[in-house]
Design a protein around this ligand. Structure first.
Ligand code: TYM
Length: 339
């Protein structure tokens, strides 16, 4: 019998710690949707990562379901992909412990996101924030993911996951696939609309700095109209010299698929940024409005959503259990189910 080549696996996740921005779609979610037909795909809502910052329990529960609904609204299909909540698959934290014991303190303290977050939340620098990337490595390695579609800010965390996979394989015997990041060329780092040298973030206190997927059409238009741009009047891509305009060009690319060359040529004879901003605003409205409508529809049927997540948890656990059993055995833990 001819063997069917096995499909490669992708895994990714997002934290239910706030509303999603267009950055999440640009850097990650739209690639999940594209890749799900070609890859064996798993997408989780990483609620355990979210408690590295203080959460109100009822809000966390609601936002976890919101985020799963948003995955589906953006085009992740439960028939094609496994969608699940991290805390419903206990193997994630079990593997994380084994990996924690293989990680050097220095490796965690070098993480730029840890440094940023501990500066921003100096009143709550908990050990979870420090070991956060190890749990992320466990998410990925548990399913032997080949590829991890993420935005640029996750690159360093992916490097740790790769190192831990190699270390375990070397120390014991080949067990884990060494994962590669999948970071889009355009949209891997969408910048703030108010400070285009900083990343667009859901936790930015200035609501005008981010486009949220739950924004109304008018909010989207107004935010783009007010976006900080650069001196000059030409529509030309230059990330360092013209970060504001380049960011808006990236957003237009995400919303319409137009390349930078196409955007430049269609605005070649236009002076001033007003009409360009109108075009970006309208394109984003057309892109986001259907996602927002689908989200409301999906969220209105919580029964179905919970059932999708239950099925997802079951599918994920079946696979996670197998990997963890191997890891425990190689680590030297006694398996009492064996005679
Ligand atoms: P999180 O929840 O901060 O972000 C989710 C995804 O969205 C991307 N992203 C962006 N991309 C481009 N421009 C932006 N402004 C922007 N903002 C966010 C992020 O790069 C990310 O891909 N540690 C992860 C969650 C995680 C994970 C995993 C990811 C936990 N376990 C396993 C992949 C695999 C995080 O905090 O992402």
């Amino acid at each position: 019998m001819e063997s069917v080549p096995q499909r490669k696996t992708i895994l990714s996740g997002m934290q239910p710690s706030g509303e999603l921005t267009i950055g999440h779609i640009a850097g990650a979610l739209r690639n999940w949707v594209r890749l799900q037909t070609e890859f064996d795909s798993l997408f989780c809502v990483v609620d355990q990562h979210a408690i590295t910052a203080r959460q109100v329990p009822a809000d966390l529960r609601r936002r976890t379901l919101d985020l799963a609904a948003m995955y589906i609204a953006a085009g992740v299909e439960p028939e094609k992909s496994v969608i699940f909540i991290q805390s419903t698959v206990p193997e994630h934290s079990q593997l994380a412990w084994v990996l924690t014991c293989l990680t050097g303190m220095g490796e965690c303290s070098r993480m730029t996101q840890f440094k940023d977050k501990s500066e921003r939340h100096s009143d709550n620098i908990n050990v979870g924030l420090f070991t956060y990337p190890i749990l992320m490595a466990a998410d990925i390695l548990l399913y032997n993911a080949d590829l991890v579609p993420v935005g640029e800010d996750q690159k360093q965390h992916l490097e740790l996951a790769r190192n831990l996979a190699e270390r375990f394989n070397h120390h014991y015997s080949p067990t884990f696939t060494v994962p590669d990041p999948f970071i889009p060329e355009v949209g891997g780092r969408i910048m703030s609309l108010q400070e285009p040298e900083r990343k667009m973030s859901k936790s930015d206190p200035n609501r005008n700095a981010s486009i949220f997927l739950t924004d109304t059409d008018d909010q989207i238009r107004t935010k783009i109209r007010r976006a900080v741009t650069d001196s000059g009047s030409e529509i030309r891509y230059d990330e360092t010299g013209r970060p504001g305009i380049s960011n808006l060009m990236s957003l237009l690319n995400v919303a319409t698929g137009q390349s930078f060359a196409e955007i430049e040529s269609s605005f070649a004879n236009v002076t001033g940024y007003a009409s360009f901003k109108e075009a970006v605003g309208e394109a984003l409205v057309s892109y986001i409005a259907p996602i927002r409508d689908r989200f409301l529809e999906i969220r209105a049927d919580e029964e179905r959503l919970r059932s999708i997540l239950r099925d997802g948890a079951e599918a994920a656990r079946g696979r996670a259990r197998k990997t963890l059993r191997k890891v425990y055995k190689k680590t030297g833990f006694v398996d009492l189910t064996e005679k």
